[in-house]
Design a protein around this ligand. Structure first.
Ligand code: PMP
Length: 304
């Protein structure tokens, strides 16, 4: 992993090696952190951050839900993201802001601990593998259910909640698959360990709704916009496991995964086992914007 040179930590830009945390930090023990994952793309006008205001708004919402009092205005953190990208030495990167409880108590209620904020950047190629867009990925429905709505704050990206995602990803990898898809507590399709899922059948695009315990991804929302713009019918609707098996096309969306075609679910091939035309169409529309090959008509990019 090639790292960005500088880390923004508690108001200062410091070298990567200096951005350290004490081992008694509450977040390390209890997962009391919230985070974002953001991409900056290599645009002809220089690195461009994808949907920065939306990511920062979600960070603020996650803090509110987790009762983490942000010591900085979101506008300060947005500027900090741009500064981290500018000083990273990278043409494109993945940006990871994290807000976390530091040292203060081993009590489970960590609200007396100081709140820290850091923003790091790293190089990131294709999260699902370099040839994921051409070859697609193989997924399995996980034996692990997505967290139930009454057990967690599902709209928030809270560190501790990602133990559930880790179980899904580790199980999938151990079984020889690239990724897992978890069902919600009622048995409807929820999402991947770090991606939303879409299916295409008879030209109609369907994705599970927020009520299926998903994180309402920013890429998910962007892809829905692009699909509607291209004239597709798009539905946010409950999806069953057999809908996955009957789909003509399936794909993941996510900041890390971008638009990732799925060519196999469990032992079922999706369509002819190759990324389908609708998936390719949407991936092209997405990449044309972030790579500056077409106008940024939705004002999704922030130039640093
Ligand atoms: N679901 C989960 C559980 C995630 O962690 C992510 C990644 N943030 C997503 C979906 C996709 O969200 P986004 O498109 O905002 O990255």
């Amino acid at each position: 992993m090639k790292q960005g040179s500088m880390v923004w930590m508690d108001g200062e830009l410091i070298p990567w090696e200096k951005a350290t945390v004490h081992v008694s930090a509450h977040a390390l023990h209890y997962g009391s952190s919230v985070f974002e994952g953001i991409r900056a793309y290599a645009h002809p006008e220089g690195p461009a951050v994808f949907r920065l205001p939306e990511h920062m708004a979600r960070l603020g919402m996650s803090c509110r839900l987790a009762e983490l009092e942000l010591p900085y205005e979101l506008s300060v953190l947005s500027d900090a993201v741009c500064e981290v990208v500018r000083t990273s030495g990278l043409r494109s990167c993945y940006i990871r802001p994290v807000v976390f409880r530091g040292c203060g108590t081993f009590s489970v209620d960590g609200r007396s601990c100081p709140v820290h904020v850091s923003i790091v950047s790293t190089e990131m190629g294709k999260y699902l593998g370099e040839d994921a867009l051409e070859m697609g990925v193989r997924v399995a429905v996980s034996s692990w259910r997505r967290l139930a709505p009454e057990t967690a704050l599902l709209a928030a990206k809270i560190g501790g909640q990602y133990v559930n995602s880790q179980l899904v990803a580790m199980e999938a990898h151990d079984r020889g698959f690239d990724e897992g898809i978890s069902l919600d507590v009622h048995g409807f399709v929820a999402e991947g360990s770090g991606e939303n899922v879409f299916l295409v059948r008879d030209g109609v695009i369907t994705t599970p709704p927020p009520s299926a315990s998903i994180l309402n991804g920013i890429t998910r929302q962007s892809v829905m916009t692009l699909a509607e713009e291209q004239g597709y019918e798009v539905r946010s609707e409950l999806v069953r496991r057999d809908d996955l098996y009957l789909a003509d096309e399936l794909f993941f969306t996510g900041t890390a995964a971008e638009i990732g075609p799925i060519v196999q679910v469990d032992d079922h091939l999706v369509g002819d086992g190759r990324p389908g035309p609708v998936t390719r169409d949407l991936a092209e529309a997405f990449h044309a914007i972030v790579e500056g090959r077409t106008a940024d008509r939705h004002a999704w990019l922030t130039h640093v």
